[in-house]
Write a protein that binds this ligand. Structure first.
Ligand code: C2E
Ligand code: MG
Ligand code: MG
Ligand code: MG
Length: 280
């Protein structure tokens, strides 16, 4: 009986696996041949300075709508694009769109783009960024670059140098998803980031869990001591926001302020935010 069940389960998994593998292969091929302008677009999520209650930046988030498969979640296609190398042209497309988008925003608002570790490994990311800034006539300080901790695990002197060169161009560097993966507090000091983004994992239960609250408070204190701005990600409720404010968090991002929105919706969002701000 148990044996038969085992085999049944195995066959079930095998079929599921095949399906998943097939989809993956299909997406790999599609990513190689897709017309980026037609199938991809960016959405933008505001980042709020809590002291001034002002929008300081938007994070650009990539969206893929396949003509027959429909929307593909970033968590699915980004890793495929990384494995196949498609992330290099795709990432460059993102950076160009972000540079162009800054021109539609007020001068004091920047845009953050996510960079994949592969863009450091398979591309000379520094010259790519420099070229795009020049081509699009964008001031470097309008562009923020988000990198994840996994990148820091790898080598390296080259990474160190690349990050320094990117900062020297005038762009700010944020450490994204801090606290997940193989994070180490020593990274914060070693790499001298401009910003640390605390992963939303830690915010989720901040109102209920004293441990989570203590972790966030510790990261905030340390970042402050090291002269870095903090962005608390994934703020969804007023109660979470109250706690983060009380803890001295400098910036926040999350669905409480706005979900990621289309370029066309930004002006209206900024106007509305301003209205609420002067009413408050
Ligand atoms: P991320 O860079 O940490 O981006 C934040 C993610 O949290 C986004 O998911 C955003 O929609 C989501 N989020 C923001 N506020 C809230 C909230 O209050 N509640 C909840 N539940 N979620 C919230 P998204 O857009 O699905 O992106 C997932 C990840 O995909 C990103 O995480 C980033 O690592 C990656 N990604 C997105 N766009 C790009 C890109 O252009 N290049 C690269 N390399 N990676 C990208
Ligand atoms: Mg990010
Ligand atoms: Mg993040
Ligand atoms: Mg993330």
């Amino acid at each position: 009986q148990a044996k038969a069940d085992g085999r049944g389960v195995f066959r079930f998994y095998e079929r599921g696996m095949n399906k998943r593998l097939q989809r993956r292969r299909a997406l790999e091929a599609e990513l190689r041949s897709a017309n980026l302008d037609e199938q991809f677009h960016l959405v933008f999520q505001p980042i709020i300075d809590l002291g001034m209650n002002k929008v300081t930046a938007f994070e650009a988030l990539l969206r893929w709508t396949h003509p027959t498969l429909g929307p593909i979640p970033p968590d699915e296609f980004i890793s495929i694009a990384e494995d196949t190398g498609a992330i290099v042209p795709l990432g460059e497309w993102v950076l160009r769109q972000v540079c162009l988008e800054t021109k539609r925003l007020p001068d004091d608002i920047s845009i953050a783009a996510n960079l994949s570790p592969m863009q450091f490994k398979r591309d000379d990311i520094v010259s790519t960024v420099a070229r795009l800034l020049e081509e699009t006539e964008t001031e470097a300080h309008r562009l923020e670059l988000e990198i994840t901790e996994t990148l820091l695990l790898e080598d390296n002197r080259k990474l160190h140098a690349d990050l320094r060169r990117l900062r020297k161009l005038g762009s700010r560097i944020s450490l994204d998803d801090f606290g997940t993966g193989y994070s180490s507090l020593s990274y914060l000091q070693k790499f001298a980031f401009d910003k640390v983004k605390i992963d939303r994992l830690f915010i989720k239960d901040i109102t209920k869990s004293a441990d989570q609250a203590a972790i966030v408070q510790t990261i905030l204190n340390l970042s402050y001591t090291l002269g870095m701005t903090t962005v608390v990600e994934g703020v969804e409720t007023e109660e979470q926001l109250r706690i983060i404010r009380a803890m001295g968090g400098s910036e926040a991002q999350g669905n409480l302020f706005s979900k990621p929105i289309r370029s066309e919706e930004i002006a209206e969002f900024l106007a509305e935010h301003k209205r609420k701000r002067s009413a408050a």
